[in-house]
Ligand binder design. Structure first.
Ligand code: AMP
Length: 395
C-alpha cells in the first residue's frame, strides 16, 4: 500500500485521533454484535503500545440524521471496549467543542476516550470543514481505520485530513491489501462470484470484474435479469425490466467469461413454507412461481469452474439465504471457497450479505479475508478510489 500507516509514524506522547467503525447494532441500549469493535482492536493496541499521550476514538452509529438522539449514542460501546482493552475508557458527550476538548485534557497519560456520534452533526456527512477543523483540534495526528466508511467523504473521514497528518490503521491496511492489491494483481486463474438481489446496484462491479477476472459466476436475483434478457420466462421472479438492455449489452460483451446458473429452486410464494421444486433455467419459470436459489447442478458447475482458481472474490448471496429452503446454494458456494482456501487459493468475501452468509455457514475463519465494509468493499471491487483512503498521506 502506498499510504502511510501507524507503523510509519512516531505516536509517542501524541494525542492520536482515530476514526473507527463502531457502527454496531444496538438493542435495548446494549451492543448486540461486537464484531466491528473486535476488528479495531489490533490497531488500538498497536497505538497504545507506542505510548501516546491519549487515544481518542470517533465514529458514526446508525443514521441519526444530524440530530442528537440517545438511540444512536456510542456510549454502549464504552464498557465493551474497556473490557477488551483491559483499561479504563472515558466517554465524551459530544464529539467537538468544549465538552470534547475538556474530556481529552482530563485523560490520564495513555488514556482512551470515545467521542459521541459524529453524525449528531448534520455537517458531518456533508464534509463540513468547520466540523473537521474542530475534530482535528482534539488530536496531533489522525488515523483512519474505518474502512466501512472510507467510501464517503465526510468531516471525520476526509475533511479532518486537511488539518492533521493522516495515516491508515491496520484494519484499513488489511482491507486495502486484499480488496485493492490482491484484486489488481491477482494470482490466476482469478474468478469472481456475484449475487444479491438486484443487477442495478451491481453493474459497475460486474463490468470491472469482467475486465479483471478470468471468469464471473453469477447467482442470486441479479441472474434473473440476465435470463430475462435472453428471453427466458421468469414467472413472478424479481426482474428489473429497466435493466434488461444493460444486461443484454453485458452478455454480448462478456462472451464466455460470464457464467449463469443452469438450474434453480423455484417457489410458489416468497415464504420459507412455500412449495418448492427444482427446474432447469432454460425451461423457464411458470407464472405464480419465482426463482429463489441456484440448484444442485449449478453448484456442481460452479465448483468445477472454481476447482483451479487461485483468487476468488465473492460479493452477494446466490439466493434468498435468509430462508433455509433457499440458502443451500449460498452455503454450498461458501464451502467451495473454504476448500479452495485450504488448497492455497486467496479467497476474499465482500462485506454485507455475503459476510453474514459466510458467518452463518460457520466458515468465516476458513477463507482468506472477510471484509468489514459493505458499500466500501463493493466500491473497491468496482475499481473506485475511496475518498477516505485517497486523503491519507502517501508513503
Ligand atoms: P444485495 O444487497 O444486492 O447483495 O442483495 C442481498 C439480498 O438478495 C439478500 O437479502 C437475498 O435474500 C436477496 N436475494 C438473493 N437472491 C434472490 C432471488 N433470487 N430473489 C430475490 N431476492 C434474492
Amino acid at each position: 500500500m502506498n499510504k502511510k500507516t501507524i507503523r510509519d509514524v512516531d505516536l509517542k506522547g501524541k494525542r492520536v485521533l482515530v476514526r473507527v467503525d463502531f457502527n454496531v447494532p444496538i438493542q435495548n441500549g446494549e451492543v448486540a454484535d461486537d464484531t466491528r469493535i473486535v476488528a479495531a482492536l489490533p490497531t488500538l493496541r498497536a497505538i497504545l503500545d507506542q505510548k501516546p499521550r491519549a487515544l481518542i476514538l470517533m465514529s458514526h452509529l446508525g443514521r441519526p440524521k444530524g440530530e442528537r438522539n440517545p438511540e444512536f449514542s456510542l456510549k454502549p460501546v464504552v464498557p465493551i471496549l474497556a473490557e477488551k482493552l483491559g483499561i479504563d475508557v472515558a466517554f465524551a458527550d459530544d464529539c467537538i467543542g468544549e465538552v470534547a476538548e475538556k474530556a481529552v485534557a482530563d485523560l490520564p497519560d495513555g488514556g482512551v476516550l470515545v467521542l459521541e456520534n459524529t453524525r449528531f452533526y448534520a455537517g458531518e456527512t456533508k464534509n463540513d470543514l468547520e466540523i473537521a477543523e474542530k475534530l482535528a483540534k482534539l488530536g496531533d495526528i489522525y488515523v483512519n481505520d474505518a474502512f466501512g466508511s472510507a467510501h464517503r467523504a465526510h468531516s471525520s473521514t476526509e475533511g479532518v485530513t486537511r488539518y492533521l497528518p493522516a495515516v491508515a490503521g491496520l484494519l484499513m491496511e488489511k482491507e486495502i491489501e486484499f480488496l485493492g492489491n490482491a484484486l489488481d494483481n491477482p494470482k490466476r486463474p482469478f474468478a469472481a462470484i456475484l449475487g444479491g438481489a438486484k443487477i442495478s446496484g451491481k453493474i459497475e462491479v460486474t463490468e470491472n470484474l469482467l475486465d479483471k477476472a478470468d471468469m464471473v459466476l453469477i447467482g442470486g436475483g441479479m441472474a434473473n435479469t440476465f435470463f430475462a434478457a435472453q428471453g427466458i420466462a421468469m414467472g413472478d421472479s424479481l426482474v428489473e425490466a429497466e435493466s434488461i438492455d444493460t444486461a443484454k449489452a453485458i452478455l454480448a460483451k462478456a462472451g464466455d467469461k460470464l457464467i449463469l446458473p443452469v438450474d434453480g429452486v423455484i417457489a410458489d410464494a416468497f415464504d420459507a413454507a412455500a412449495n418448492t421444486k427444482t427446474i432447469k433455467v432454460a425451461d423457464g419459470v411458470p407464472d405464480g412461481w419465482r426463482l429463489l436459489d441456484i440448484g444442485e447442478e449449478t453448484v456442481k458447475l460452479y465448483s468445477d469452474k472454481l476447482s483451479d482458481a487461485m483468487t476468488i472474490a465473492w460479493n452477494g448471496p446466490m439466493g434468498v439465504f435468509e430462508m433455509a429452503p433457499f440458502a443451500k446454494g449460498t452455503f454450498a458456494v461458501a464451502e467451495v471457497l473454504a476448500e479452495r482456501t485450504a488448497a492455497g487459493a486467496l479467497t476474499i468475501i465482500g462485506g454485507g450479505d455475503s459476510a453474514s452468509a459466510i458467518n452463518q455457514a460457520g466458515l468465516a475463519d476458513k477463507v482468506t479475508h472477510v471484509s468489514t465494509g459493505g458499500g466500501a468493499s463493493l466500491e473497491m471491487m468496482e475499481g473506485k478510489v475511496l475518498p477516505g483512503l485517497a486523503a491519507l498521506n502517501d508513503k
